[in-house]
Structure formats: C-alpha cells, structure tokens
Design a protein around this ligand. Structure first.
Ligand code: FE
Length: 527
C-alpha cells in the first residue's frame, strides 16, 4: 500500500480534532501536553496495531521525544499526557468512524493501548494519533473476517531482529509485500550490551545502554528498536500478533531460571521488568497485562473459517533445559515425561483448542524448533536441548493429541534458529514412512546472525539425517504465506545482505500445502 505522507494527513486531523473536541483535558494533562509540544515530536516510536478480532483491534503508540534517554522515560514528563486517536475507513482519514482520547501515563511508559470494538468484520481501517500539534503517521490495520468467512489472506511471519547485526531491511520488504497480518514469533529485541554479541564482519550498529536488567533498561531498548524506520514501516502496514521468545528477557531463560548465575529473586525482578516493558511496547490486549511476576501471552485468535491462530509461550512455563542446555549427545532427561515445554496447562489448552477449532488451518505460532533435528550424521544422535527435541515427551503428547483429535491441517510456525526451514511433521520421526501430520515453517531472522549464506546451518548433512526436512537456508528474511480454503502457499523470502541497507528481497523457495493432504510440495518460487 501507499503509506500516506504526514503532510496529507495532518490537516485532516487538525480539522477533525477541532470539530470533534471530544475530550476535555484536565489541567495537569494540558500542561504536560504543552511541555511535549515545546520539546519535540512525541511519535518517534511509530504506531502499531494488533490482535485483530472480527469486530476490533488494538491500536498502540508510545510517546517519546528522546527514545534513547537512559532512564527509559523517552524524555517525557512525569505526568500523564492526553493522546487523541482517530480511526477512518480511508487512508486520507476523511471518513472518521471512531475517535477518542487516551491517557499516556508514566506508569505505562507513556504507552497507550486503544481497544476497539464494534467495527465491521474483514476490512481495512486506518488510524493515527495526535498530541498537541504533533500528528503520528497513519497506520493501516484490519479486522478479522466474520466467523464462517472463507476469504484468502496473506500472512507474514518474522522473528529475531538483533539490532546490531544488520539493517532492518527485511522488515521494510515485508511491509512492501502488504500482508493482511504479521505474526512475530519473538526475539523482537535482544538484551545484550554492545559488543556482547558480535556477528562475523562486525556489528553494523550498537545497542544503547547496558545489558537490560531493569525497567528503565528494557524501556530504553524497546525504544531504540521501535525508533527504526524499517520496523515502523512493517507495523504501519498491518496488525501484528506477537509472542516473545527468550531475548525479550534473557538468553534461554526457562520459567524462573535465568541463563547465568543471577539469584532467583534478582531474575524474577528482571523478568517482571521485561514483561512490563514488553506489554508497554506491544499492541496487546488487556488479557496480557502483567500480573505479579506473570504475564499471559498464549492466546487464540480466529481468522474467519480459514484459520485459528494458537499463539504459544514456550518460555514462561517450561521445565529447565535438560542436561545443561546446548546441543547434547545421549541425554536421557530430554525424554522424561514429567518435563514440559509449554507447561502441562498450556499443553491441554493447545489440544483442547485444536479439538474445538473448526477452521481449515490450525496455525500454531510458537518459538522453538518443533521437528526432530539430529545434528550428527550416523548412529550418534545430538539434539538441541532448548527446542522441542529437549522435551520429546511433551512433543509426543502434542503429536498424539493431533492424531487422536483428527486435526486436519496443523501448521507449526517457528522462529528462534536464525535460518529458514521447511519440515514435514511426522507421526514418528524415526520412521520416514509414518504419517505426515502437518508441516512446520521456520522463519529465518530479520538480522540475527548477519548476512549468512545459502548453506544451511550445520551443513547439508542435516538434510540427509532428517529426511522430513525439505528445505533449509541460512539467509536473513521472513516467510510469506498465502492462505486459502484449498491450499496454503509458503514463500521463503530472503535477502543477500543485511550488513548494508537496501538489499532487495527474493523468494528462495516456495511450497504448497493442500488442505486435507498434509505435507510440503515444492513448487517454483513465486516472485
Ligand atoms: Fe534469536
């Protein structure tokens, strides 16, 4: 779509704002608004929308005149600021159908979450915000189709955007593909201090601030990412459905266990700060508001009759990684049936939801590698303890559940591993002739790992050793899908480089999945 120029939209907002004058600001808020006007543009972090339903969506922005302020406050005053918002049916914001005022409070990092309801199903809407004389860019969003509707749609899948490892060109290219919805599977930010995680050839830019530990630190880090124009472009184009992975908190954290030797008390305080900042910076519904040390982000969304999105959290409830984490040979603990990756409650939630879903496609949006992946050729087996291989019994419960409930078309979506993969999901991984129950599409990173190459991670041997793997590539990019009633098409979109801005995107491989006939069929790459 054409992203409207601010100059086109500003005048309309001011006219509508003057005519509407919906809310009268309290005196303190009026003073805060005046202070913001004097300091500068409060929309440096862009706008976003998310979690669409058939009658609504969440609109988001967070005010910051100085995104990198070390105290995490974005240069904002320690008072609430009134933010006016508008929703229209056209990109020029001529036909405004909803408007109101939200309060951006310091306790929420000056973020606002406007939860819309009562909109028409299955259509695009446009939205923007205003503070004083400043008008935000205009975002496009959409509601999900009505229950029962079989309207084909495009969905982009992204993950893993280490800011230092490259330019966010892949987000820009994703926006240019104009998806109807974006699923982000985590590692939206990384927690490291600069020079802690350096890619071959050197990082192209640096994180501000120390390794994130505090609310101020996480707020500052989210703001640094959100200030990126390519990321902002991707939010402008469609609603996002987000779930975190590990780096939104700490590398490979598991429930209450940190990566390193923090005390439990210190880690829980850190986790709490990370969750709070995550909520503040994402277009999430109030059901995901942090509560104590917890925050529920596993949730289900419906896309007409075509798709149910089962969005999972594979970090907050998991058993600790077996055998000390990493890639391990001969670790029996990974088979222990008392261990779970999503936690027993979320396992049941997933299986109940799969049983209840009457949509054509059951999209399971999660983080870590689902298919078995033996890293060593020959009789020795080596598995990654952080992925589902490290929780084999937990995965088996899900596979048996899919079989028993006759789930027709499960599509597992994965991030985390910084490479593209296309996998058949097998009833029994050691028996290539066993039933194919569904597919797994693994979206590579936006930047993490740097430029990469066409050679799959761990070499071509992995393809021989794991015959259910149909494609792997170590390029940066994202996955674009076209979801229809009869088939789902997946395009693995890749960029030759992220070390310099502006790389074009190309489709490296395409697959078809026929509804009712699980498994990947390779087809000629789409443009
Ligand atoms: Fe990552």
């Amino acid at each position: 779509m054409q992203i409207p120029q601010p100059s086109l939209t500003r005048r309309g907002f001011l006219v509508a704002g003057a005519a509407g004058a919906a809310a009268v600001a309290v005196p303190g808020v009026a003073r805060a608004t005046a202070a913001v006007r004097a300091v500068g543009d409060p929309f440096t972090l862009g706008v976003a929308s998310g979690d669409p339903t058939a009658d609504g969506v969440v609109l988001w922005t967070r005010l910051a005149v100085d995104p990198l302020a070390p105290d995490g406050r974005g240069g904002m005053p320690s008072r609430a600021v009134d933010v006016q918002w508008q929703v229209a049916t056209d990109a020029r914001m001529a036909n405004v159908v909803r408007s109101g005022t939200a309060s951006a409070r310091p306790s929420a990092g000056h973020s606002v979450h406007v939860v819309l309801a009562g909109l028409e199903a299955g259509r695009a809407y446009f939205y923007r915000f205003r503070v004083g004389g400043h008008v935000s860019p205009t975002g496009r969003t959409r509601t999900a189709p009505a229950r029962g509707a079989l309207v084909p749609f495009t969905m982009a899948v992204a993950s893993c955007a280490q800011y230092e490892h490259g330019w966010f060109t892949a987000y820009r290219r994703l926006a240019e593909d104009q998806p109807d919805v974006v699923l982000h599977l985590g590692d939206y930010i990384y927690e490291y201090e600069k020079n802690d995680y350096v890619v071959d050839g050197g990082n192209v830019r640096d994180h501000a601030g120390p390794e994130t530990m505090t609310l101020a630190g996480y707020r500052q880090r989210h703001a640094q990412y959100k200030a990126d124009p390519d990321l902002q472009a991707a939010h402008l184009v469609a609603p996002w459905v987000v779930v975190w992975n590990d780096h939104e908190v700490d590398n490979n954290w598991a429930d209450e266990v940190p990566e390193d030797d923090q005390t439990k008390e210190a880690f829980l305080a850190r986790r709490r700060a990370a969750f709070q900042a995550y909520y503040e910076n994402m277009p999430l519904r109030r059901s995901s508001l942090p509560r104590g040390i917890d925050m529920q982000i596993y949730r289900r969304l419906q896309w007409g009759h075509l798709a149910t999105f089962h969005m999972m959290d594979t970090r907050q409830y998991r058993s600790d990684q077996a055998c000390g984490d990493g890639i391990q040979v001969g670790c029996d603990d990974r088979l222990d049936p008392s261990r779970s990756l999503p936690g027993r409650q979320q396992e049941r939630w997933l299986l109940d939801g799969l049983a209840a879903s009457d949509a054509t496609w059951d999209v399971i949006g999660q983080q870590v590698f689902f298919a078995r992946q033996d890293y060593v050729v020959g009789d020795t087996d080596a598995y990654n303890m952080d992925g589902w291989d490290g929780y084999a019994a937990s995965r088996n419960r899900i596979l048996r559940g899919i079989e028993q409930r006759g789930v027709g078309n499960p599509v597992v979506l994965t991030g985390d591993v910084h490479s593209h993969w296309a996998n058949d999901v097998k009833a029994h991984w050691d028996d290539p002739s066993s039933r194919t129950l569904g597919v797994e599409l693994v979206a590579t990173s936006i930047t993490s790992g740097g430029d990469g190459s066409d050679v799959p991670s761990y070499g071509p041997a992995v393809l021989q050793e794991n015959p259910h793997v149909k494609f792997a590539s170590n390029r940066r990019g994202y996955v674009r899908t076209r979801v229809g009633a009869g088939e789902l098409r997946a395009d693995f979109r890749s960029l030759a480089r992220v070390s310099q801005p502006g790389a074009p995107v190309y489709t490296q491989a395409s697959f078809l999945i026929e509804a009712g006939n699980p498994g990947l069929q390779r087809v000629a790459p789409a443009l």
